[in-house]
Design a protein around this ligand. Structure first.
Ligand SMILES: Cc1cc2nc3c(=O)[nH]c(=O)nc-3n(C[C@H](O)[C@H](O)[C@H](O)COP(=O)(O)O)c2cc1C
Ligand SMILES: Nc1ncnc2c1ncn2[C@@H]1O[C@H](COP(=O)(O)OP(=O)(O)OP(=O)(O)O)[C@@H](O)[C@H]1O
Length: 145
């Protein structure tokens, strides 16, 4: 059984998330998804959707076999428990692949790190969806409602 781990915030689900999870699942037999804790999302505005609800929605997606909330303090704790063969990074995840491999090695983990390509077919970004909601519903110019 080849175990794959995918990670992310998954604030407002869109086809890019689905693509990332489908491509991750294809690399193995079982896909685990680690959903970022609200408190750990510091590199962008806080998620709109609370962590339990983000987890609930990710867990329901077809390619996902197991979804868990991440650890609050140590991002390697779930990895040590799952012991994946592969960890996938999304196209815009800010982790340095070499550094991540090094950190895993220091903890005795030999998971392969694979970068998944981006999907740009449609409105495939949580922040762009939020921007569109704001622009179309709340920032109408002259003549707008
Ligand atoms: C290998 C790995 C393990 C992670 N484990 C956790 C974790 O335990 N807890 C957590 O809150 N975030 C964890 N994260 C981080 C998030 O899931 C997410 O990738 C990060 O916040 C960047 O979010 P974004 O790409 O969705 O914007 C982990 C990320 C990686 C790459
Ligand atoms: N369009 C996309 N194509 C492929 N992968 C994507 C796409 N959008 C997000 N992902 C991946 O899905 C995971 C979760 O992404 P995240 O929750 O940060 O969504 P996002 O739409 O990139 O958010 P934001 O717009 O706020 O940056 C990450 O691994 C990310 O790289």
């Amino acid at each position: 059984m080849r175990r794959v781990v995918a990670t992310g915030t998954f604030d407002i689900l869109h086809p890019g998330h689905l693509y990332y999870l489908e491509e991750s699942r294809k690399l193995g037999d079982e896909l685990y998804v680690i959903v970022a804790r609200d408190a750990n999302v510091k590199h962008k505005p806080k998620p709109v959707i609370p962590e339990d609800q983000r987890l609930h929605m990710v867990a329901a997606l077809k390619p996902v076999d197991h979804a868990i909330l991440g650890d609050l303090h140590d991002m390697f704790r779930p990895i040590v428990e799952i012991r994946p063969d592969i960890i996938t990074l999304g196209f815009n995840q800010h982790f340095d692949e070499e550094r991540l491999r090094q950190n895993l090695g220091e903890r005795g983990l030999d998971a392969e790190v694979v970068r998944i390509a981006g999907y740009f077919g449609s409105l495939a970004s949580s922040s762009k969806i939020i921007e569109r909601i704001l622009n179309t519903r709340y920032r109408s110019g002259p003549g707008g409602s």
